[in-house]
Design a protein around this ligand. Structure first.
Ligand code: SAH
Ligand code: SF4
Ligand code: F3S
Length: 453
C-alpha cells in the first residue's frame, strides 16, 4: 500500500498537554509515521487542545474549520482532536465537525495506536470515558534533547469554582516512584540534563498511593519523591510544577534548600490577593498563608525565584478586592506572573453565578495588573546584573545564530555568544551584562563540572 505516512501535531495549553503530545508523537513514530513540519503535507493531523479559557477553545475551532474543508478534497486525511476540548465536548464535537475521525480525551493519550487502528478500519471513534491511565510504555518524541517533562500525577481532585481541569483531566492518579525514577534514569542515559516533574496539583502527589508512615503521613509525598530521585545519574537540574498553596509544606521547602539539583524556582499560583475572592474560588487558603509560604521560601533560599498565576475579574470582584491582588503582587515581587481575565467555563460553578463582571472591567484590570507585573519583573531582573549565573544551554538563538539560549536556575531565559554544537546541554557560567524584565544577556566565563553526589 502506498500510503502517505506523515503526521503533524499542533499543541495548545499547558505543560501537561505538551508532555502528552510528545508521547503521542512517540506512538505515531513507532507506527511508522514521520513528522511533517507543514500540516498541509501530513495525512494525520492531530490537535491537542486546551479549554481553560474560551479564547483557547475558539482557536481550535478556527484551525479545525480549515482542515475539515481540506478533507473534502483529500479523503485519506485523518483528523484527530485530543486533549481537553475533546474531553469537554465529546460527542458534540463530532456533531459540530463531522469530518473528524477521532475525538480522544487526555486520559487516552497512551492509547493512540489502538484508537487510530480502529479509525483505519473505517470507524469514527470517540474515547472520552474516564479510565485508569496506562503506564507509559512508548518512547516519547521529545522536543528538546536537554530538558524533559516527567508526569508524576495526572488529574486533579480540587474543585476551584472557575476551573475545568477536574472535569477534563479526571481524578488524581499518581505514578509509582519506581516508574518515575525509571523514566528519569533513561533520560539521564540519553543525555538529558533537566527534568520538570509535572502535576496539576503536584503537592497532591502520592495521596492515592498505598502506605502511611508511623506518624500517619502518606508514605509517598512530593518531598519523599524528590529525595528518592535526586541522585539519578546525568540529571543535573530538577524542577516541579504546579504547586498549590493549600498543600505546600515547610518540609518541601527544606528539601529544596537541601538538595543541590532542585532549582530555586517555585511556581505557586495564588489567583487572588483577596480572602473573600479566594473563598469564593474555593482555594482553601488566605493571602496571609500565601505570604507565609513565600517568606518561608525566602528564609531558606533568599534568592529563590517565584512565579505564579492570577485571575482578575472573578465574579463579584470589587475594585477594592482587585486592589488586594495588586497589593500582593507589589509586596511579593514576582519574577514572572501568568495573568488572565476570568473566563466563564461550561460545567463550572462560577460560570452560573449572576455577579459576572463586564469585559471592559476585566480587561481594564488585566492591563493594570500586567503593567505592575512588568515593573516588578524588571526590578527582580536587576539583581542579576553583574552576577555570575549558571546557564543550562538548550538551543541556538534563531534570531542571532552567533548566540545560544539557556536558562538560569531561577528560570530566566539567558542569551550569550557561543557555538550550539559545542555547548548544547552544558551548564555554562555566564557573567550577566544586560538585564530585561524576563530575559538576560551575558558573557560566558567557563563550563561547570557536573554535580557529583
Ligand atoms: N493547577 C494549577 C493551574 C491550572 S490552570 C493551579 O491550581 O493553580 C492554569 C491557570 O489558568 C490557573 O492557575 C488560572 O490562573 C488560570 N485559569 C483557570 N481557569 C480559568 C478561568 N476560568 N478563567 C481565567 N483563568 C483561568
Ligand atoms: Fe484547576 Fe484548582 Fe485543580 Fe488547579 S487546583 S487544576 S485551578 S481545580
Ligand atoms: Fe488547558 Fe487542559 Fe492544560 S484545559 S491548561 S490543556 S489541563
Amino acid at each position: 500500500m502506498t500510503m502517505n505516512r506523515r503526521y503533524h501535531i499542533t499543541t495548545f495549553g499547558c505543560q501537561m498537554n505538551k508532555a502528552d503530545s510528545e508521547r503521542m508523537a512517540g506512538i505515531l513514530e513507532k507506527m511508522g509515521f514521520e513528522w511533517s513540519e507543514d500540516p498541509n503535507d501530513a495525512n494525520v493531523i492531530l490537535y491537542n487542545t486546551c479549554t481553560i479559557r474560551d479564547n483557547a477553545e475558539q482557536k481550535v475551532y478556527s484551525y479545525l474549520g480549515r482542515q475539515a474543508k481540506r478533507k473534502h478534497e483529500q479523503p485519506d486525511l485523518t483528523l484527530v482532536v485530543a486533549g481537553c476540548v475533546a474531553q469537554q465536548e465529546g460527542e458534540a464535537l463530532l456533531r459540530r465537525v463531522p469530518e473528524l475521525d477521532l475525538v480522544m480525551g487526555p486520559q487516552h493519550a497512551n492509547r493512540l495506536k489502538e484508537l487510530l487502528e480502529s479509525v483505519f478500519d473505517g470507524n469514527q471513534v470517540l474515547a472520552t470515558e474516564e479510565v485508569h491511565i496506562l503506564e507509559d510504555i512508548t518512547q516519547p518524541r521529545r522536543d528538546s534533547q536537554v530538558t524533559a517533562w516527567v508526569n508524576v500525577i495526572y488529574g486533579c481532585n480540587e474543585r476551584c469554582t472557575y476551573c475545568v481541569v477536574p472535569n477534563v483531566r479526571g481524578v488524581e492518579q499518581s505514578r509509582t516512584p519506581a516508574a518515575i525514577r525509571a523514566e528519569m534514569e533513561k533520560l539521564g542515559r540519553n543525555g538529558y540534563k533537566e527534568v520538570t516533574l509535572l502535576g496539576q496539583n503536584i503537592d497532591a502527589y502520592g495521596r492515592d498511593l498505598p502506605g502511611t508512615t508511623p506518624e500517619g503521613r502518606h508514605l509517598h509525598t512530593l518531598t519523599d519523591l524528590l529525595y528518592y530521585i535526586h541522585d539519578v545519574p546525568g540529571i543535573e537540574r530538577l524542577r516541579f510544577a504546579t504547586s498549590h498553596p493549600r498543600y505546600f509544606t515547610e518540609r518541601l521547602i527544606k528539601a529544596c534548600a537541601e538538595l543541590p539539583k532542585v532549582c530555586e524556582h517555585f511556581h505557586i499560583p495564588f489567583q487572588s490577593g483577596d480572602n473573600q475572592i479566594l473563598k469564593a474560588m474555593s482555594r482553601g487558603y488566605t493571602h496571609e498563608k500565601y505570604r507565609r509560604i513565600i517568606d518561608s521560601i525566602r528564609r531558606y533560599m533568599p534568592d529563590a525565584s517565584i512565579s505564579g498565576d492570577a485571575i482578575v475579574g472573578f465574579p463579584g470582584e470589587t475594585e477594592e478586592q482587585f486592589e488586594n491582588t495588586l497589593k500582593l503582587v507589589d509586596d511579593i515581587g514576582f519574577d514572572l506572573l501568568n495573568t488572565a481575565a476570568y473566563s466563564p467555563r461550561p460545567g463550572t460553578p462560577a460560570a452560573l453565578w449572576d455577579n459576572q463582571l463586564s469585559e471592559e472591567v476585566k480587561s481594564d484590570r488585566l492591563q493594570r495588573l500586567n503593567h505592575l507585573v512588568n515593573v516588578k519583573a524588571a526590578e527582580r531582573s536587576q539583581r542579576y546584573f553583574g552576577r555570575i549565573e549558571e546557564v543550562l544551554v538548550e538551543d541556538q538563538n534563531t534570531k542571532d545564530k552567533t548566540q545560544v539560549i539557556g536558562r538560569t536556575g531561577g528560570n530566566r531565559l539567558t542569551f550569550f555568544t557561543g557555538d550550539i554544537k559545542e555547548l548544547k546541554g552544558q551548564i555554562v557560567k555566564v557573567k550577566i551584562t544586560e538585564v530585561r524584565p524576563f530575559s538576560l544577556t551575558g558573557e560566558p566565563i567557563g563550563v561547570r563540572e557536573a554535580v557529583t553526589i
